[in-house]
Design a protein around this ligand. Structure first.
Ligand SMILES: Cc1ncc(COP(=O)(O)O)c(C=O)c1O
Length: 390
């Protein structure tokens, strides 16, 4: 065997379908095709000016040029605790119940390394953000698929999991508002999850990356609002989508101090924290005016209305999202999600994401992101009106 062969843990990772689609998109663009990319989960609007200005100022202060602290600046963690208090009414100890992250993906990717031994079971939603499953595989654990089905409002049905698995399960990943289905969970669902976690003794990792992108006055809850949640759960948040800061790499985890201590131990050995000037910008984001956050949600809402109406008029089936910037649409009969995505790319010059890229239960759907302006959304609808699937 060649010594340059990838390690078994890498070989076990499922193929990355999106990379293939991306290369087909680039091929089409190289041939001169005018592509409208509705595949990207990356805000198209810039980071608000006061946040950028704060980085500018902080970056000039040499005090921020040295290694940051591992857990994050206390002032950043205090800003997180204050934000949690005003947004969710949840009290957090900034020293022990908040941990800064180099984007929430970093924390999600590392948490299994803190708690999962080879063969340990982790419940992962399917369809879901691929990092949940892949981080479990990298840590040597066994991902157990929790199907998110339309008939259950894309919430997992824990009654369908056998008791032995529930007892053996060490950790559960959840994500609401959900990528890719855009489904939302209410406090009653979180109460049930926390009750199960106490009963079967497992860790809950709730990913709330999209909690601040919501429509029609809806305000998504935090799992930490549930009584007893802090005994068993942590919640991941990201500044990426809330403040259009995907490139800055800043997020945080909040909740149970022992779980955060474990995650912190892994991080201490792998990274050296977030550039302090970026943490200062994060403080400006969390403690400054939230008007831009609300303005961005209303822009996504306008796009949602235009796009969903257009797709419904074309006979496509979907549930209008209450939150996130994704629309989860059923593929028309006769196509699987990959075939349909390729059809849209080749016939309409539109990139969308095939549902199967999020897991086998994503088959039969495709995801459209609301991250292009109204003009391009309208243009995409015009192209779709040719109905190449008929
Ligand atoms: C559900 C979900 N969680 C987490 C992330 C990671 O976000 P970040 O690492 O930028 O905080 C993403 C990014 O697309 C996401 O969709």
């Amino acid at each position: 065997m060649s010594k340059f062969e990838f390690a078994e843990r890498i070989k076990k990772l499922p193929p990355y379908l999106f990379a293939h689609l991306d290369s087909l998109k680039k091929e089409a663009q190289a041939k001169g095709a005018d592509i409208i990319d509705l595949g990207i989960g990356d805000p198209d609007m810039p980071t608000p000016k006061h946040i950028v200005a704060s980085l500018g100022t902080a970056s000039k202060d040499t005090i921020h040029h040295r290694y940051p602290s591992y857990a994050g600046m206390l002032s950043f963690r205090q800003a997180v605790a204050a934000w949690y208090g005003s947004r969710f009414g949840v009290k957090l100890d900034p020293e022990k119940e908040v941990l800064s992250l180099i984007g929430s993906k970093e924390g999600i990717g590392h948490i299994p390394f803190a708690f999962i031994n080879p063969g340990d079971i982790v419940l992962v939603p399917d369809p879901g953000y691929p990092v949940y499953r892949n981080s479990v595989i990298l840590a040597g654990g066994d991902p157990y698929t929790l199907p998110l089905l339309k008939e259950n409002g894309f919430l997992p049905d824990f009654d369908a999991v056998d008791k032995k698995t529930m007892d053996q399960c060490k950790l559960l990943f959840l994500n609401y508002p959900n990528n890719p289905t855009s489904a939302c969970a209410e406090k009653g669902f979180f109460e049930h999850v926390i009750e199960l976690a106490h009963k079967h003794n497992f860790i809950v990792c709730h990913d709330a990356a999209y909690s601040e992108i919501a429509f029609d006055g809806y305000s998504p809850p935090s799992i930490l609002q549930v009584e007893g949640a802090k005994d068993v759960a942590i919640e991941f948040h990201s500044l990426s989508k809330t403040y259009n800061m995907t490139g800055w790499r800043i997020g945080f985890a909040a909740g149970n101090r022992n779980i955060l201590e474990g995650l912190g131990k892994v991080k201490t050995n792998l990274d050296s924290g977030i550039f302090e000037a970026i943490q200062m910008a994060g403080i400006a984001a969390l403690t400054g005016p939230q008007t831009e956050v609300h303005r961005m949600s209303s822009i996504y809402q306008e796009r949602r209305d235009l796009l969903c109406q257009g797709l419904e008029d074309l006979g496509l089936k979907l549930d209008r999202p209450k939150a996130t910037f994704y629309v989860w649409v059923e593929t028309p009969e006769g196509f699987n999600s990959t075939e349909f995505s390729l059809l849209l790319l080749n016939k309409c010059g539109i990139v969308c994401t095939p549902g199967v890229g999020f897991g086998i239960h994503g088959e039969g759907y495709f995801r459209i992101a609301l991250t292009v302006d109204l003009e391009h959304t309208g243009r995409a609808l015009e192209r779709l009106s040719q109905r190449p699937w008929e």
